[in-house]
Design a binder for this molecule. Structure first.
Ligand code: SF4
Length: 304
């Protein structure tokens, strides 16, 4: 038997960058001053706990109102302009760790909104990134997450269609086809038009989409898959479903304590993968737990 951790799993560069910024700030403010972050820095409870021990305090938007002159980190998902305005009024020093990919989408949305387009975003209305994107349009952008919600859109207006960066491509392209049939003046914005290093025909992040194929191949190679992610990770849900479609014996866990012995009966190969918000060290802990609880398992080392 062998246990293998997926080499391509783990933090995307946007998350690595955000955590680097947080850790640099925490080190430089070692004089007892706190660093706050608006919302969970990442959808992973174990990484949140690790950073909490280093001094990072998670706050809500409501709690932001009670701070004065403190340092507050904006996480990779970004924030609407109203948050920056509030911080300015309260004398709060914002450390902006918005992922550059998300920032680019924010800028594009604002540009189209200012040019009089109806902005439609394929995404989840209560997701932090989407709240930041809708904020670029004074709350006017229409958010849809399925074909059934198309009726929310005024089909007679000139329209631009965007996607939240972590959504599923298949649904996005079905929506696009439907809109192309129904809306005369439609733009589907993409990273390609934005001349970034991504050459996608949409605004779904290559860090998420690029993993589909590798994950499918990896999942098929193993008898069972342990998929590790935080329950609230949007990207985790997308990748878990891809994994599950490729290998029906895929199990979702947040950490090593959720592993169940029945899963490993008669199994010869075990693959471990995770979301873009899953730290490598958490996947390594899952591997170690399997190693300890199933002593007959021969653990295959991986290099990172
Ligand atoms: S998945 Fe993409 S958009 Fe999201 S934080 Fe990572 S790099 Fe940025």
């Amino acid at each position: 038997m062998k246990v293998t951790v997926d080499e391509s799993a783990g933090f995307c560069w946007g998350v690595i960058r955000t955590i680097d910024i947080a850790e640099t700030e925490l080190k430089s403010s070692g004089n007892g001053k706190s660093l706050y972050v608006l919302g969970d820095i990442i959808h992973n409870p174990m990484e949140i706990e690790r950073l909490k021990k280093e001094g990072l305090q998670t706050i809500t938007h409501h709690q932001l109102q009670n701070l004065h002159g403190e340092k507050v980190l904006v996480r990779a998902h970004g924030e609407p302009p109203s948050t920056f305005e509030t911080a300015k009024q309260l004398g709060i020093n914002i450390v902006d760790a918005t992922c550059p990919v998300v920032r680019k989408v924010q800028e594009r949305i604002r540009k189209f909104y200012d040019s009089g387009y109806q902005v439609v975003i394929y995404g989840k209305i209560d997701h932090a990134e989407v709240i930041g994107l809708v904020g670029q349009t004074n709350g006017e952008a229409i958010v849809i997450k399925s074909l059934e919600e198309i009726e929310k859109v005024d089909l007679n207006k000139k329209t631009v269609l965007f996607s939240q960066t972590t959504m599923d491509k298949q649904t996005f392209y079905r929506l696009k086809e439907e809109f192309q049939k129904k809306i005369k003046e439609l733009i589907v914005d993409s990273f390609e038009q934005q001349a970034m290093e991504f050459h996608a025909k949409d605004t779904i992040c290559g860090q998420v989409f690029g993993r589909d194929k590798k994950l499918q191949e990896f999942a098929k190679k193993n008898d069972i898959m342990i998929f590790v992610a935080g329950k609230s990770s949007s990207n985790g849900k997308v990748l878990y479903n891809i994994c599950k479609n490729a290998n029906a014996r895929t199990y979702f866990v947040e950490n090593e304590h959720q592993l169940l012995p029945d899963w490993f009966d008669g199994v010869e190969s075990i693959g471990i993968s995770g979301a873009t918000s899953t730290p490598q060290w958490v996947m390594q802990q899952v591997k170690l737990e399997i190693e300890n609880r199933f002593s007959e398992v021969e653990v295959k080392e991986t290099t990172f």
